[in-house]
Design a protein around this ligand. Structure first.
Ligand code: GDP
Length: 300
């Protein structure tokens, strides 16, 4: 059994391929980008993982449900309530159901299990912790929540620093501990090393368990650019090189193998005790994702 650490775009792409090959895996998901909007709790990374595994994710945006409509969002705007995140009507049903479960006393882990089962997902989908953690981006204009930086401000402000508010109280849940202990190995998907993976590995109880297992990571950086998104800005702000080796540096404490793109073969070999292997790591479609998942399972 394999355990995967995931954010909301690169790793869900990989999961779509992985689930075609194996059933029995657990995904530990970043919750530091969660936010309450219009009365409901959005867990963008959890939802993308569930939608990807249920094969209903909108593949144009890599968030939300394919073919969704936005009538409620538009009506709210007409009424004078401008949600800064664009929320689809079907997607909103997920948020409402989750929030009702939480209001009735379920934990986020339980609510996520109920939701993923409702979508027919077999794999385990586990929030990294129960405590609320928020990724805060420090910019010259002040501090803002990750979603405000990325969605409202379109990632435009300079990034001076990033920190995870509340992380000092976050403890790995029993399910997360079990998934880390009983697995044969751990895959860190091609996710943003700073805003998606760093929160997960900073949760109390995670890092020491990673050190005891074989950990294979896929680089979200090719050459000196992320495939998409703001990972470059965040890595620079945290003092890391924007390169596959910069990714290895973020994970140096527990990483055994880093998988880089075939155009980055000059990095292949060994780096600081980490084995570096090269293959095609761009997932244009499900078949690419399946090929990459097969490559990773072979390494395991
Ligand atoms: P977020 O929560 O939406 O930030 O999503 P993730 O952290 O899971 O994924 C974002 C990262 O995925 C970005 O840094 C991208 O560079 C990376 N990414 C997206 N698509 C691909 C792909 O096809 N291949 C690889 N290697 N990385 C990808």
């Amino acid at each position: 059994m394999i355990t995967i650490l995931s954010g909301g775009t690169g790793t869900p792409k990989l999961l779509r391929g992985l689930k075609e090959i194996v059933d029995d895996f657990a995904v530990i998901v970043n919750t530091a980008e969660d936010i309450w909007i219009s009365g409901n709790k959005l867990c963008p990374d959890i939802d993308s993982v569930i939608y990807a595994l249920a094969d209903i994710i909108d593949e144009e945006r890599w968030w939300g449900i394919r073919g969704d409509t936005f009538r409620t969002h538009e009506q709210l705007r007409k009424l004078g309530w401008d949600e800064f995140m664009v929320i689809g009507d079907l997607d909103r049903a997920t948020h409402i159901f989750r929030s009702e479960l939480l209001r009735r006393g379920h934990t986020l882990t339980e609510a996520t299990r109920i939701l993923k089962n409702a979508f027919g997902v077999k794999a385990e989908v586990l929030p990294m912790c129960e405590e609320e953690v928020a990724t805060i981006v420090v910019t010259p204009e002040g501090e803002m929540h990750f979603q405000e930086f990325w969605v409202k401000r379109r990632g435009e402000p300079d990034v001076l620093d990033v920190y995870f508010k509340g992380i000092e109280n976050a403890k790995a849940t029993d399910d997360v501990i079990k998934a880390l202990e009983k697995c044969d190995g751990i895959i860190i998907g091609p996710s943003n090393p700073i805003t998606s993976i760093m929160p997960i590995v900073s949760v109390k109880g995670v890092k020491e368990r990673l050190r005891r297992k074989k950990v294979v990571a896929v680089s979200p950086i090719i050459g000196n650019k992320p495939v998409s998104g703001p990972a470059g800005k965040f890595m620079k702000a945290k003092g890391f090189d924007v390169s596959p080796l910069g990714v290895a540096d973020v994970y140096a404490d527990f990483l055994d193998v880093l998988v880089v793109h075939c155009s980055d073969t000059d990095f292949a070999g060994e780096y600081d005790g980490i084995e570096v292997l090269a293959t095609d790591i761009i997932m244009r479609d499900k078949n690419d994702a399946k090929n990459l998942a097969e490559f990773l399972l072979e390494i395991m």
